[in-house]
Design a binder for this molecule. Structure first.
Ligand code: BTN
Length: 319
């Protein structure tokens, strides 16, 4: 579309003015078409100033999520239809208001009642990236837990562009022993068929001062020492989600997952949510169904629910 090409040209000018004549010449369009494209970009939220004899200039974008910056991202299936909100209770609540559609995504700059696993709260102040998306997978209920692992690997790959990080099974992203991102997956079932899977991802980017479940958390800003463009980050995560979910085999995902899994080969303690006694052991494998094998003094156990804590990463508070 013409307006996308005009936007690209303005972005490539490094914050300098570009004359209407130059835009019209380079894109082979009329001056009226340039003017229409500029107005259309402005109505989408881009700040474009104009000056006589100089032309048009795109204001330098901020680092925080914005409708304008998000609309300039590369298109993906996950996030293909993207709804941005300044503030929501939870992106899960908002997602539920839309008709189900593959890849449909709700992203917010802030959540007032962000939800974490095991009924915990998710600290969701400004500066984080919070989104939920919907998958309508042609799979049965037993395979659904693997989606969690796919998403964790995708986010880990995207965050690796910024810092060295690992996955704490099943789906926390940790850096230097502190939590950088949490993922919550909700599966809706009819009989043994998966109706849909809603995945919610919360990434600590430019936020801080964490409390509650995130007391031992960190953010990309804290790690990198500068602010990170939240829009670019989302674009990267969406691209990695598409790659891992639609284009890679489950075997390849599992093998890459194992390479960055912080638990594998480590002493861990399995904490059962139902209050059963904690079991110490060594994590020996992650299986294709998303579960984990743990060697204990009484033999190997298979863990597919509950919580585990990993020595040297961070210990989970029991609920
Ligand atoms: C966890 O406890 O580790 C999972 C946290 C998941 C948080 C995300 S933020 C976007 C989505 N909306 C929510 O209310 N929770 C998830």
């Amino acid at each position: 579309m013409t307006k996308d090409e005009v936007l690209k040209l303005l972005k490539n000018s490094g914050g300098e003015y570009v004359s209407g004549e130059k835009i019209s010449r380079e894109l082979n369009i009329t001056r009226t078409a340039v003017w229409k494209a500029i107005n259309s970009l402005r109505s989408e939220g881009f700040t474009i100033s104009s000056a006589t004899n100089k032309g048009y200039r795109l204001a330098v974008e901020g680092v925080h999520l914005s409708r304008a910056a998000l609309s300039a991202r590369k298109k993906t299936v996950i996030g293909g239809e993207l709804h941005f909100f300044e503030s929501v209770t939870s992106t899960f609540d908002k997602l539920a208001e839309f008709e189900p559609k593959e890849g449909l995504t709700v992203i917010a700059a802030q959540q007032t009642s962000g939800r974490g696993r095991l009924g915990r709260n998710w600290d969701s102040g400004r500066g984080g990236v919070y989104f939920s998306f919907m998958l309508l997978p042609p799979i049965d209920a037993d395979t659904a837990p693997f989606i969690t692992l796919i998403c964790a690997l995708a986010v880990q790959r995207a965050l690796s562009e910024y810092t060295d990080c690992k996955i704490k099974w099943p789906n926390d992203i940790v850096c230097g022993g502190r939590k950088l991102c949490g993922i919550l997956t909700k599966t809706s079932l009819t009989e043994n068929e998966v109706e849909n899977v809603c995945v919610g991802i919360g990434i600590n980017v430019n936020n801080g001062g964490f409390g509650g479940e995130l007391a031992n958390a960190t953010s990309l800003k804290e790690i990198c020492g500068h602010e990170i463009d939240e829009n670019k980050l989302f674009e990267r995560v969406a691209a990695e989600l598409d790659r891992a979910y639609y284009r890679e085999s489950r075997a390849d995902v599992l093998s890459d997952y194992k390479m960055v899994c912080a638990n594998l080969g480590k002493h861990i303690t399995v904490h059962y949510a139902n209050g059963k006694r904690d079991i110490p052991g060594v994590c020996t494998d992650i299986l294709p169904d998303g579960s984990m094998n743990v060697d204990t003094e009484n033999g190997t156990i298979n863990v597919n629910s509950g919580e585990v804590s990993v020595k040297g990463i961070y210990e989970f508070e029991r609920k």
